[in-house]
Write a protein that binds this ligand. Structure first.
Ligand code: ZN
Length: 383
């Protein structure tokens, strides 16, 4: 009977983490931030006798890291997950971790408090069951992944390892690659004038229409362009647009936000270069056309070799457990790219779920325990 069964410690921790609001305040003004959820994680790690560091990466927004030192030299393994979530628009009870039909619902249940609970519980169980014979384990729960990755940037300045597992949700698959991205802002400049005076006005919104048409052609070229195994093709899309003051006024300004998803081998400013080429082409056709572009943010794509010892150990464990060990790629960007760029090769491995960033987010509860148990085996095999 369910009522008589003791709940797996990882599920108890996951419920606590989902119940704590940690919406990223840089994404959603007024968001709660990571302080309370980091404190809960620190408590769990300390209860396992693990030394804990809390480091603010912005005011009131801490990373939490636990370190287990082995009794003999060996390899260092890092487990890394983010504690922030996106906003909760459209959700009736985002912080109420309802368990139904083998699933646990709530904001962050899939992305990625389940992965964080799995890695924290794995470390605690290793610490309680004889500790680490050799090597070193770093468990890092970082802030701000959903915005600018201030947490991962601060983490890699202090900690490195011979390999890392980022426990983002991969449906218990080994993910070895994901795309990068670049955000570019485009501004067209017109001349404000009364709507009845076409000779005085210049329509910045219609000018942006020309830009959009040309960007559609860029996207069509990308659609027909090269692909990468496990990732598919690069892409570009228009994300946001603002312009105009009133119906009877020629708009003097229009601002477009563009996102470019990148593949390994592409430059970090490939999107800006494509947009600038579009703008200079339009300026050649019409000397009165005035526009400029700037890069807002760029994040590298990520890859780890299939024959990296970390991938091989993890795949071996999955095979022994009868799980799919074929490497895969993820569509979304993660902090693994920041770890990899800083010299810590990272693989992605996390629980099964769906609905991330949507109103019906959930994780399959059994997969969180399996993820935790797999991580324990990996810690013992790799360190
Ligand atoms: Zn995530």
């Amino acid at each position: 009977m369910l009522g008589c069964m003791r709940m797996d410690s990882v599920v108890g921790l996951l419920r606590d983490l989902v119940a704590i609001d940690s919406v990223n305040p840089s994404l959603v003004p007024g968001g709660a931030g990571e302080a309370a959820v980091a404190a809960r994680i620190a408590t769990a790690l300390r209860a396992g006798g693990i030394a804990v560091e809390l480091t603010d990466v912005a005011p009131g927004r801490p990373n939490v890291a636990g370190v287990i030192e082995g009794r003999a030299p060996g390899r260092a393994l890092m487990l890394c997950g983010h504690t922030d979530t996106v906003g909760v628009e459209g959700m009736a009870a985002p912080f109420d971790p309802v368990m139904r039909d083998g699933r646990l619902y709530g904001r962050g249940s899939q992305d990625m408090k389940s992965g964080v609970a799995a890695m924290v519980d794995a470390a605690v169980r290793v610490a309680r069951n004889g500790g680490l014979p050799r090597g070193r384990l770093v468990v890092a729960a970082v802030a701000d992944e959903e915005h600018a990755s201030a947490g991962a940037e601060a983490l890699v300045a202090v900690h490195s390892a011979d390999g890392a597992v980022v426990t983002e949700p991969t449906d218990l698959r080994v993910a070895t690659a994901h795309k990068g991205f670049e955000w570019v802002e485009v501004e067209t400049r017109g001349r404000a004038a009364h709507g009845s005076r076409p000779d005085d006005g210049r329509d910045a919104i219609l000018d942006m229409g020309r830009v959009l048409g040309a960007l559609e052609a860029v996207e069509a070229r990308l659609e027909a362009g090269p692909t990468r195994p496990r990732l598919g093709r690069a892409s570009l899309h228009a994300s946001t647009i603002h312009g105009g003051q009133a119906l009877s006024v020629y708009p003097d300004r229009c601002v477009l936000g563009v996102e470019r998803r990148t593949l390994a081998g592409e430059l970090s400013d490939v999107g800006l270069t494509e947009v600038e080429r579009v703008l200079s082409g339009l300026a050649r056709e019409d000397t009165d056309f005035a526009a400029s572009a700037r890069q807002l943010l760029t994040r590298p794509p990520h890859e780890i070799a299939d024959d990296h010892p970390l991938c091989e150990e993890l795949r071996q464990i999955l095979r022994r457990r009868g799980l799919d060990d074929a490497p895969t790629g993820m569509s979304f960007w993660t902090d693994a790219a920041i770890l990899g760029r800083a010299g810590t090769p990272a693989v992605l491995f996390g629980p099964i779920g769906a609905g991330l960033h949507g109103p019906d987010e959930y994780v399959e509860i059994d997969s969180v325990s399996i993820c935790r148990d797999t991580l324990i085996e990996l810690i013992r095999a790799f360190c």
